[in-house]
Design a protein around this ligand. Structure first.
Ligand SMILES: Cc1ncc(COP(=O)(O)O)c(C=O)c1O
Length: 491
């Protein structure tokens, strides 16, 4: 669609001149093609008779327009219009932005995702696996990998990662366990590892990739939490440089893009069927992709590559080091450190208080100090040192932790009963796909032993599944079902 009246810059009579593209763009010649195309669209508005029907916010609720700003609504458009390019197939500025991202992340090919890394995992499962194919994957994988198997009909072969009992979290996957499983599963079609864990524990992907090469199976790495690694030497190395075939990155989690926006990368030397992945993505994606989300991916990549972005990331690393140093001085609060042969991502600071549960510590931080953290479990809580956090933010957090550390909480029973971490060997009775499409019923928990689960029962975090659809419920499961009165089972 072209602009109808270029001379009339404001069909509704009032789009002032604006400076939408960041000033740094001009100074350091950072190129962000989608951002630039969107800016042009904004500066040369047309009479629009197309979607989205709010037409630059005129049809929006005024309160909403005020909250997010008129400008945001002016640039809320979809692909195809005004020379913005298309997502499927990638054309114009969108194609160029994906190529720039591939270069920045050291990939052969990068796809922009607008339904998070979830869409990337689903597309990989759809494109690269099929009914009956075996996937060796860690039991604490994200549910999008399970959904991928429901869609494709592939079957999981579970790897149980190391467990760090004292911290109540699941740890790294060892190359030895991958090799052992490949030996036991000669028909395995793929290895799919989550790295790092939510709490930042890193597996030895280089060695795992070497094992996969030896057995001639592709390696996919779910790096949803690791999109910053290619931009700072203090952070671990991305699997894209360590021999993995494909990687997903949730740029929206830590990379600075808007919620829902992620990337899927195919590694330089990978022989994966890229066309099949692209076709699967086209099936999964909306046909009206948000240009704002796509521009936010383009701008996040440009920012991370820029001197300013690199500074922000270095500040995040230094802030994390500062926080860890200060925690080391405390009596009751401790942080998870690299130990026993695994590494951690320094920006993910998992802490615990030896007197309080993680959930209690989280409420104290929230209620008494107005601090929100990433997540909390019985054992501890996760703090992210982000590219957007200032040193002052971190100093405030440290001050609050110092106060908590000194406070006497013994008059209140804050320590909650720690749940045991389940380590149950699943008895698989039917595939995830079969279970998903089976008739189900809900029964009281007391009647569940001997039945086949129809639901995912997992604690998140630490996020390892106690039961998945298609697995037999045994007496051993009952202690982990305390929060459940009823359970959905296969009829
Ligand atoms: C390991 C892992 N993979 C994939 C995802 C899905 O990511 P997204 O929220 O970008 O869809 C998550 C989300 O939390 C995750 O933790």
């Amino acid at each position: 669609m072209t602009n109808v009246t270029k001379k009339d810059k404001s069909p509704k009579g009032g789009l002032e001149n604006n400076n939408m593209v960041c000033k740094q763009d001009k100074k350091s010649k950072i190129h962000a093609p989608i951002v630039e195309a969107l800016k042009k669209t904004y500066e040369t508005p047309s009479y629009q008779f197309h979607i989205p029907g709010h037409t630059r916010g005129n049809g929006s609720l005024p309160e909403f327009r005020k909250l997010i700003g008129k400008k945001a609504l002016c640039v809320d458009t979809t692909d195809e219009f005004d020379g913005l390019g298309t997502l499927h197939p990638a054309t114009g500025p969108i194609k160029e932005a994906q190529e720039l991202a591939a270069k920045a992340f050291s990939a052969k090919k990068t796809f922009f995702l607008i339904n998070g890394s979830t869409a990337g995992n689903l597309a990989l499962a759809m494109a690269l696996t099929k009914k009956g194919k075996k996937i060796i994957t860690n039991r604490n994988c994200h549910r999008s990998i399970l959904t991928g198997m429901i869609i494709s009909g592939a079957e999981p072969v579970w790897l149980i990662p190391n467990r760090f009992e004292e911290w109540g979290i699941w740890g790294n996957v060892t190359p030895e366990s991958v090799e052992d499983m490949l030996n036991k599963t000669p028909d395995a079609g793929m290895v799919w590892i989550t790295n790092p864990t939510y709490e930042g524990v890193v597996s030895d992907i280089k060695s795992i990739a070497a094992v996969c090469k030896k057995y001639n199976v592709p390696l996919i790495v779910d790096e949803a939490h690791a999109c910053l690694w290619n931009f700072n030497g203090h952070l671990p190395t991305s699997a894209l440089k360590l021999g993995a075939d494909a990687v997903v990155h949730s740029l929206h989690k830590t990379g600075g893009s808007m919620s829902q926006s992620s990337m899927l990368h195919i590694a330089e030397n990978s022989t994966l069927d890229v066309d099949a992945v692209e076709k699967a993505l086209k099936l999964l994606h909306t046909t009206s992709p948000s240009l704002m989300l796509l521009a936010s991916l383009d701008s996040a990549r440009a920012n991370l590559e820029s001197p300013r972005g690199r500074k922000q990331l270095e500040r995040a690393v230094q802030n994390a080091k500062y926080l860890r140093r200060e925690i080391d001085k405390l009596e009751h609060i401790h942080d998870l450190k690299p130990d026993f042969g695994y590494k951690t991502d320094i920006t993910k600071v998992f802490i615990r208080d030896d007197r309080l549960s993680g959930k209690r510590l989280e409420s104290i931080l929230e209620i008494d100090f107005n601090i929100e953290v990433e997540s909390a479990s019985d054992a501890g809580l996760l703090i992210l040192s982000n590219i957007g956090n200032t040193r002052a933010d971190m100093q405030y957090l440290v001050k609050c932790l110092q106060i908590i550390d000194k406070t006497n909480y013994t008059d209140i029973c804050y320590l909650e009963k720690k749940k045991y971490m389940p380590m149950l060997t699943p008895i698989i009775k039917m595939t995830l796909r079969e279970a998903f499409y089976s008739h189900k019923e809900t029964i009281p928990k007391e009647q569940a032993v001997g039945r086949i689960s129809a639901e995912v029962i997992a604690e998140c975090p630490p996020g390892i599944a106690v039961l998945l659809p298609g697995e037999l419920i045994t007496e051993e499961h009952i202690p982990y079902l305390m929060d459940y009165d009823t359970i959905e089972v296969i009829k």
